[in-house]
Design a protein around this ligand. Structure first.
Ligand code: ADP
Ligand code: MG
Length: 274
């Protein structure tokens, strides 16, 4: 199962005099992976909360498939969305990893056997089944985030939102979580919203929606975004390392390939060049 998300002309402000979102419109097709980027404070987490009905738009409409997210529909629609937040420690409940993962299922009249199966599947998906009897508070940050992801997956959502889920992790843990998300993308057909500054994660996205100055400043592929230097600066994003090196060579007059190189391709090209 998977779902389309649509924002139509959404305005939102916490205080009337300081608008956060103005006329924000975008569409995320079912099954697509979209990165939502923008400087700190640009309204990305606000969008995640609007999608899940934790906040209500001042103007405009938000749809999950054909159903509008409103005060009356939000609690039902929220069950179709899995959320993972930034801070690993904010998402710990329960005495064991398995209990933590089952938490979202407890109030849903899911039969015990189904619940156990879902917990098993979800923990397998993030490589944490072996840790099922461990105390979540004692895990590493990366492991906690994998358990948070398992807890989101256990309720079998149609949409998965990761809100800066890798930003507090070390490079190794970041990379592992990225690999897991990549696998989910290939194996599940979930609609995935990646709120991120992490370029490796951005690279997984099929489309990017960029927020700037309360509005959508860009929609398109990561490759097209990487060509817009000024916008990248405004969004507090850097070019991927391999692309930066490629540009520096070009600027120095070295003939470079005409497509963007990833790190592996860059190494191959440099090896040949030398
Ligand atoms: N609960 C709140 N009350 C008042 N202002 C808020 C609240 N949450 C966020 N803001 C403000 O709204 C703006 C957007 O915040 P947020 O959506 O968290 O941005 P992002 O996730 O892109 O960093 C920021 O200026 C932030 O300070
Ligand atoms: Mg945020």
């Amino acid at each position: 199962m998977t779902a389309t998300i649509e924002f139509q002309g959404v305005d939102f402000a916490y205080q009337p005099e300081t608008p956060v979102l103005q006329q924000v419109s975008f569409q995320i097709p079912a099954g697509q992976t979209v990165a939502l980027v923008g400087a700190n404070g640009s309204g990305k987490s606000t969008i995640a909360k609007l999608m899940t009905g934790l906040l209500t738009a001042d103007q405009g409409h938000i749809f999950l498939d054909q159903e509008e997210v409103t005060a009356t529909t939000s609690s039902k629609l929220r069950q179709r969305i899995g959320l993972v937040f930034q801070n690993p420690d904010d998402q710990i409940v329960g005495a064991t990893v398995a209990e933590n993962t089952a938490f979202g299922l407890e109030n849903r009249n899911v039969p015990r056997s189904v619940m156990q199966q879902r917990v098993r599947t979800a923990l397998d998906q993030v490589g944490m089944w072996e840790y099922r009897d461990r105390e979540p508070g004692l895990l590493s940050g990366g492991q906690k985030q994998r358990v948070a992801l398992a807890s989101a997956l256990a309720v079998t959502p149609e949409v998965l939102i990761l809100d800066e889920a890798t930003s507090m992790l070390d490079p190794q843990a970041k990379s592992e979580l990225n690999q897991i998300v990549k696998r989910l993308q290939q194996q599940t057909g979930l609609t995935i919203v990646l709120i991120t500054h992490d370029l490796e994660m951005l690279g997984i996205a099929e489309q990017v929606v960029a927020l700037d100055n309360h509005q959508v400043a860009f929609t398109g592929t990561p490759a097209v975004l990487f060509q817009q230097d000024q916008l990248l600066t405004q969004l507090q994003l850097e070019l991927p390392f391999s692309l930066q090196v490629q540009r520096d060579f070009a600027a120095a007059g070295v003939p470079v390939p005409d497509h963007d190189l990833n790190e592996k391709e860059l190494i191959q090209w440099l090896t040949k060049l030398l």
